[in-house]
Design a protein around this ligand. Structure first.
Ligand code: ME8
Length: 649
């Protein structure tokens, strides 16, 4: 087995939300990707059902803990198919097999002398379900729950975690990939620089009965983490399954930063005490906020995956989650950002490219893959870029850098769109002498799209399947065999398909009701029209009108001004630093109308692809759009919250 991937098992004291969905989506995408690499993969998720928090949540609903856990666990299980998340195994910690495994392990570690009985006095946080050290408190409060921990003196069982501290430090240092990204590895190493205390692993039944009884003392149940972490072993049949060793060697866990300590410290030391090898890698992602605010029930801003899927569809949500969050860092969700991604990346960039290309193959090549002629520089460049995309995509996906993998794909989508504009197939179609050139251009477009669809399979399975079907290629296809250039056979029938993604209304987030966009995105329809009527195009030229393709050469973007100052020795010029989304300098002739201090924080529209020009010694990389009304000058702006860098079209 090449990869055994797990998500955390989610507590049943809350219903599935965006954060859970993200972890499950990336775990699913990682598995789909590795299957495309021809590898044997197993994917496990599930629910964590014991502990005080579950008892309290059940009491609030007047249910027994088991009834409550059954209900919420079923909600998690039911949430995943809507996002095309397809685990091989869904585990619950209340299953008899898991209870048995936990007890076998406790007995084993106890017999080896790594569990001892002792009295402990400390500060206990109910929310964390553990004792906190003085150092962890902020102003006397638990930093996560903002409540004062209670002084508790108890007899309990302890795991000799401290004994394995040096071994763990050595293991992390010897295996740079063990905890990724690096910031979390560093965080763990700096935590381990202090002496590691032993871990309290029991709760007296006088305080909690909803847990797994200790096999060697039935006055106690197991502490939730010692129970929960073991799910990763139960799910692959520890200790007896013949396949266990092979599967465990491929284990990679995905978690968010909130549960780094149990996974990076408790778990490897527990495994060591059991005589097992540690897992292979731990992938740690950041936290999703909502409109830059922490997601919480009390604020009422919890985002439910099912509602997103109903509103936007499976693939848009998957794409958004993987594109918007840089793996390892926090990200902010907003409906506006999701709509912006759908409109610009999916409907405009990808959808438009796909439908334009198919429309042209229909019109100019009778819906068949044409026989390409000799490739010129531009064609070779597109082919080379598409192959670089496949290599880069694979590389980034292996590293769990989903956002970078997608950037690599969109780089080629953008390039292919420019290739259409630069090669103007509709112009070539006017003269039969150009038929071989036309065939070559269309072939290069189709072949690039085949490779784009190939890469998108693990990210957007439905869309990739639609694209593959339209291009007449089998799906799913392996990356090694199919990630080469020139596999699309001339003569293959191309089937037109409806627009991959509708453009959404920015205000309502919905597709326009009577949308011709259902068939073709508006712009592609417009472009197709222009391609259809050469005579009308000539008349338009004469009238000074520009074609859609001319317009599309402009890269208009929303830019946020982050700094502004006057250009020395100039009354007219301001030097602006803008984010779009990368930082750049733009010199604007607006100093007579705007003070530098009123510029910062504004969102304006810029032309992002103007050749750089030097103005009074300062290089300007673009132009800010503004309206002139007599002597007045008014800057362009956007009417709602739009991310810096969003495309204006
Ligand atoms: O901790 N952003 O369960 P849990 C991103 N049962 N990811 C988030 C998130 C957010 N805002 N909120 C939750 C537990 N997650 C234990 C785990 S494992 C042996 C036991 C995701 O329901 C993320 O994966 O609190 C995080 O690590 C996990 O849900 C915590 O889930």
């Amino acid at each position: 087995m090449s990869l055994y991937v797990t998500t955390p098992i989610f507590y049943v004291n809350a219903q599935p939300h965006l954060g859970h969905a993200y972890t499950a989506v990336i775990a699913d995408a990682a598995c789909r990707f590795r299957r495309l690499e021809g590898e044997e993969v197993r994917f496990q998720t599930g629910t964590d059902e014991h502990g005080e928090k579950v008892v309290e949540a059940a009491e609030r609903e007047s249910l027994s803990p088991k009834e409550y856990a059954d209900r919420i666990s079923a909600l998690f299980r039911a949430a995943w198919p809507g996002l095309a998340i397809a685990p091989d195994h869904f585990i619950r910690t209340t299953e008899p097999a898991h209870i048995k495994t936990v007890q076998v392990i406790l007995q084993q570690v106890h017999d080896r002398g790594d569990i001892y009985f002792s009295e402990y006095s400390g500060l206990y946080c109910k929310g964390c379900e553990r004792f906190l050290t003085e150092k962890e408190l902020v102003d006397g409060l638990c930093p996560d729950h903002q409540t004062p921990p209670q002084p508790v003196t108890e007899q309990n069982y302890f795991f000799r975690m401290g004994k394995y501290q040096q071994w763990l430090i050595d293991h992390i240092k010897a295996n740079p990939d063990f905890i990724t990204p690096e910031r979390y590895r560093n965080e763990v190493l700096s935590f381990l620089a202090e002496p590691l205390e032993d871990l309290c692993i029991s709760r007296p039944t006088s305080r909690l009965t909803w847990g797994i009884p200790l096999p060697f003392d039935d006055r106690f149940v197991t502490y939730v983490w010692f129970d929960a972490l073991i799910n990763y072993l139960t799910g692959i049949g520890y200790p007896d399954a013949p396949d266990f060793g092979r599967r465990w060697r491929a284990a990679e866990h995905i978690i968010a930063k909130d549960i780094l300590k149990p996974h990076a410290i408790y778990w490897p030391t527990m495994l060591k005490a059991m005589g097992l090898e540690p897992y292979r890698r731990l992938h740690v992602h950041g936290y999703w906020n909502v409109n830059d605010t922490k997601m919480s029930k009390s604020i009422g801003n919890v985002v439910r995956p099912a509602e997103l899927v109903d509103a936007f569809g499976t693939d848009t949500v998957r794409y958004f989650l993987m594109r918007e969050m840089a793996f390892g860092l926090d990200a902010s969700f907003s409906a506006e950002a999701l709509v912006a991604r759908q409109n610009s990346d999916l409907a405009n960039d990808l959808g438009n490219l796909f439908s334009r290309s198919l429309t042209m193959v229909g019109k100019f090549a009778d819906f068949k893959v044409p026989v390409p002629g000799a490739a010129g520089d531009a064609d070779r460049e597109l082919a080379a870029a598409a192959l670089r995309m496949v290599a880069e995509f694979r590389d980034q996906m292996h590293q769990f850098a989903f956002h970078r993998a997608l950037q690599a794909v969109w780089e080629v989508v953008g390039r292919a769109n420019r290739y259409i504009v630069e090669n103007a197939p509709w112009e070539l179609a006017k003269d039969p002498a150009n038929s071989e050139r036309l065939a070559t251009v269309l072939y290069h477009l189709l072949e690039s799209l085949r490779l784009v669809a190939l890469c998108l399979q693990p990210i957007m399975p439905e869309t990739a399947a639609k694209m593959a079907a339209a291009l007449g290629v089998a799906s799913p296809a392996g990356l090694t065999d199919h990630g080469r250039w020139g596999l699309l056979a001339a003569g293959t029938a191309i089937t037109p398909c409806p627009a991959l993604f509708p453009r959404l209304d920015k205000q309502t987030g919905r597709a326009p009701a009577a949308a011709p966009a259902k068939e073709l995105p508006a712009k592609a329809a417009q472009a197709a029209k222009q391609e259809e009527t050469p005579a009308a195009a000539d008349a338009a030229d004469a009238a000074g009108l520009i074609g859609f393709d001319d317009f599309q050469k402009l890269d208009l973007r929303v830019a946020e001004v982050v700094a502004a100052e006057r250009v020395k020795k100039s009354d007219r010029l301001l030097k602006l630093t803008v984010k779009a989304p990368e930082e750049r300098t733009i010199v604007a002739g607006i100093a007579e109308h705007y003070q530098p201090e009123e510029m910062v924080g504004r969102r304006v529209i810029i032309v992002a692809n103007l050749k750089p020009a030097k103005l009074m010694g300062v290089t300007s990389q673009g132009m800010v759009l503004a309206a002139k009304d007599g002597k007045a000058l008014v800057l362009s702006a956007v009417s709602g919250p739009v991310a810096a860098g969003a495309k204006v079209s």
